[in-house]
Ligand binder design. Structure first.
Ligand code: GAL
Length: 826
């Protein structure tokens, strides 16, 4: 008998091994095997269309970034000066038997006006280029094993439709989701924590079940909270749940003792696992991230997270990833966040549109607060062909979809319904603010709603008059901050944009204390800018509406009723190349340039926003003999800084209470400039910059020497042009040529110069102010990638990057390696 049951068990086990259990929910990445055609081809929607000559590619894909810069491109320099137009994507695929299954396709973002067909049947159209959406493929699928054809037409031809670079194409991830006919609905959970203390948390889980089976059989819903290690820590079961014909909402309340709280310093993440059972059979399994935290905005006390007062030290970020364009890449986004975190930044405003979902996952994991923003315009346009055309028909759906998709992210702490909306100035602003805020509140009452305003006079601001914005956010005009509490009594304030200073990495205009206002007002054209389209990194250039960094930050520091700031902007981005005309094609506002090299202002914030000792010395030390040069130091965790030139002291400087840097006015002599910061007489840090000689050699520094062989992972390789002694040559402009061997490719090159018209997809780049960048991407093959860099007259350099099945690179280590590559040799 025993032997028999053993046999039976063996048989069952073997059977199970031979026929893998069908997961109740299958989520399959659907990025590979697409064909692309740049142009319009109306027949391409038909399944039988011959796309043999189309280009094979893997998503995410942005065709604009592959194009040539041209002033005549319809997106204009404001849109990045790259081509747009119409493009088609097709993918042929077969599925195993999907009887009684639902098959959906999910797009995270297609810019823009996408139309999707399956086997010639139109599934839908989605104008908004930043919104995520899905279609039900089930009714149009061919029988198992027969090929299906998806066709996607992307129309980004109506231009200009944006004030910044958008990219074109299926630029975010696509996946197939296969479920049973009873399953958690799309974005079908909403997890909140109405009561949180150190001792206990109440977790409310609302689950929407979609039933397309026509069944009335009751189900069981098991909801389990898993800790960061994956161990179950609390659960709730709802038995005999009756289903309706469409959707059924189930509410469960779970209490958890001694919760680990999510914060920006310790972003502890739980997961909520939902299982739907029909009898003993699991018909669906679904996971939702959970961060347990409580946020409070108080008119008197300001913002607190888990009871601890904090200020928002944030930056604005557009969605492009520099040389990679809009094509989303997790590692590229993570690198940006690592650099920002090392600067002390704790919050990101997703200006001015919902981001890639993986960017929110990163913010959950890394500990950033996120302002998720819906729109840059409502029904009044900023550009002739922009979203105002789609607003009437689509805004409600788009706004709802943003909230539904993102409301489980602990990082998302505030919703923004718009940026500098034109309706602010007439009564339609009041009506629409009420309507849009109500739309958000119907889906989420746990987060405040705001909108980035500009008008600080209550009687002229028709959006604040709506009386429904939980937080009044203002862009610029920091001079007005002290008046805000009087003008808007009882309100909570936030600076959604500050600074907007212009800077080109490694470029310095003297004297440092004269501020260039470019242009000086809204009527005057800029005529006195630099002929080479540069702006000074001394923090002494700005537009008339903005500010240099220091006064803007001082205003936030001093006005405690401002709950914080989002600097415009964290990184340079493509498009909006103010203050310059063509050939300028990317922005000057970043604290970090487009290639990811920090500008000097990075260290200003690092000295103010972190506790780590900072000493940053600028500018470079290659000037004309006799020239008077201003030497600056940003420092922290020290009482004073002494500067020495060729060993001779030029004096000790101490910041006075309102100062953010110290300065020496120095008659230039070549040699060695040294700064020493001291605390209580003891040296804290020393920085040295030497006059560089002739460019002699190339140095390569990879942010990660080991990456994953998944066809996505990246190593960012910084190229520095050095003299024979190893000093950065601060004006080196050598044309660097890259040669890659092994299982990798060059995903992009850049040098951060805002007026460069060299293509990003290339194997060569001119150094700019001594530096450039090559982005190395893995393939799915493991092995050693070798990158060699050569330039005429310079000793070449080469490095190796391991591409393996696991990434050996530690996250924080890689960030250090990147940020260490500053503009001056230290
Ligand atoms: C703001 C706007 C931003 C950007 C910025 C530049 O008015 O909201 O999108 O254009 O100006 O300073």
């Amino acid at each position: 008998m025993r032997f028999l049951s053993f046999l039976l068990l063996l048989l069952l086990t073997l059977q199970a091994a031979a026929k893998p259990r069908l997961e109740p929910r299958q989520v399959v990445e659907f990025n590979k095997g697409w064909k692309f055609y740049l142009g319009d081809e109306t027949q391409a929607k038909d399944a039988g269309f011959n796309d043999a000559n189309w280009r094979p590619l893997t998503l995410p894909h942005d065709w604009s970034i592959e194009g040539k810069f041209d002033e005549k491109n319809p997106a204009k320099p404001e849109g990045g000066g790259l081509p747009t137009g119409i493009g088609w994507y097709r993918k042929s695929f077969t599925l195993p038997a999907v009887k009684d299954r639902k098959v959906y396709i999910e797009f995270d973002g297609v810019y823009q006006n996408s139309e999707v067909w399956l086997n010639g049947q139109l599934l839908g159209k989605r104008p908004n280029g930043y919104i995520s959406f899905r279609y039900d493929l089930t009714p149009h699928l061919r029988p198992a094993g027969q090929p299906n054809v998806l066709a996607v037409r992307v129309d980004n031809s109506a231009q200009p439709n944006s004030r910044w670079y958008t990219g074109s194409g299926i630029y975010r991830n696509v996946r197939l989701v296969m479920t049973n006919k009873v399953a958690v609905d799309h974005w079908g959970t909403f997890v909140t924590t109405p009561q949180v203390s150190q001792d206990a948390a109440t977790i409310d889980v609302k689950t929407t079940i979609r039933n397309t089976a026509g069944t009335r059989r009751p189900v069981r819903v098991e909801t389990v909270v898993l800790d960061a290690k994956g161990s179950p820590v609390a659960q709730q079961v709802s038995d005999k749940v009756k289903l309706t014909d469409s959707t059924t909402l189930i509410a469960q309340t779970i209490s958890l003792k001694q919760p680990q709280l999510w914060s920006v310093k310790q972003p502890y993440l739980y997961r909520v696992q939902t299982r739907i059972l029909d009898g003993k059979k699991a018909v669906d399994e679904y996971e939702t991230p959970l961060g347990i935290r409580y946020i409070n905005f108080d008119v008197q006390k300001g913002l607190s997270l888990n009871g601890e007062p904090m200020r928002i030290l944030g930056v604005n970020q557009h969605h492009d990833l520099g040389a990679l364009g809009a094509a989303f890449n997790v590692r590229a986004a993570e690198r940006q966040l690592q650099m920002l975190r090392d600067m002390g930044c704790n919050a990101i405003r997703m200006s001015h549109n919902p981001p890639a979902p993986e960017l929110l996952d990163l913010c959950d994991r890394m500990g950033f607060l996120v302002m998720d923003e819906a729109f840059d315009q409502w029904q009044k346009k900023k550009n002739g062909k922009d979203y105002h055309l789609d607003f009437p028909k689509w805004h409600r759906r788009d706004l709802e979809d943003m909230v539904r998709r993102d409301r489980n992210h602990p990082s998302v702490f505030m919703w923004s319904i718009g940026n500098e909306i034109r309706e602010q100035f007439d009564s339609t602003g009041t009506r629409l603010t009420k309507e849009l805020t109500a739309t958000v509140k119907r889906l989420d009452t746990t987060r405040p709603v705001t909108s980035a305003l500009t008008e600080q006079e209550p009687d002229k601001n028709y959006m604040s008059q709506a009386g429904v914005l939980d937080v009044l956010s203002f862009n610029y005009k920091h001079e007005g901050y002290p008046e805000l509490p009087k003008r808007f009594p009882g309100q909570i304030f936030l600076a959604t944009e500050t600074a907007a200073a212009f800077e080109t990495r490694g470029h310095y205009d003297l004297p440092s204390d004269s501020v260039r206002i470019w242009p000086k007002d809204g009527k005057t054209k800029l005529t006195n800018g630099n002929p080479d389209f540069t702006a000074s990194s001394y923090d002494n250039a700005r537009p008339y509406w903005g500010s240099t960094h220091e006064p803007a930050w001082r205003a936030i520091k001093q006005n405690k009723h401002m709950t914080g700031t989002f600097i415009w902007s964290g990184f340079d981005y493509l498009g909006e190349p103010l203050p310059y005309p063509w050939p300028a094609r990317s922005s000057y506002f970043g604290i970090i340039d487009l290639a990811g090299f920090p500008k000097d202002a990075y260290y200003l914030y690092q000295s103010e926003w972190t506790d780590k000792p900072v000493l940053h010395l600028l500018p470079h030390w290659n000037w004309r003999p006799g020239q008077t040069v201003d030497v600056w130091a940003y420092y922290s965790q020290a009482d004073e800084v002494e500067l020495l030139l060729n060993g001779k002291s030029l004096g000790i400087r101490k910041k006075q209470p309102d100062d953010l840097h110290v300065m020496w006015r120095v008659p230039y002599a070549p040699g060695t400039l040294q700064a020493i910061s001291r605390k209580g007489g003891k040296t804290v840090l020393t920085r040295t910059i030497k006059t560089a000689g002739q460019a002699a050699k190339i140095e390569l520094v990879a942010d990660r020497g080991s990456i994953q062989a998944d066809g996505k992972d990246l190593s960012f390789v910084t190229v520095r042009v050095l003299d024979a002694q190893g000093n950065l040559v601060p004006d080196a402009a050598n044309q660097v040529k890259f040669n890659l061997g092994g299982p990798g490719l060059i995903a992009g090159v850049d040098n951060g110069y805002q007026a460069s018209l060299e293509p990003f997809k290339a194997d060569t780049r001119k150094a700019y102010n001594g530096m450039c960048l090559a982005i190395v991407q893995s393939t799915e093959q493991t092995g050693t990638i070798t990158l060699q860099a050569t330039a005429e007259g310079l000793a070449p350099a080469s490095i190796t990057i391991k591409s393996g099945s696991t990434s050996a690179a530690s996250l924080s280590k890689s960030a250090e390696a990147t940020t260490a590559a500053s503009t001056s040799s230290k």
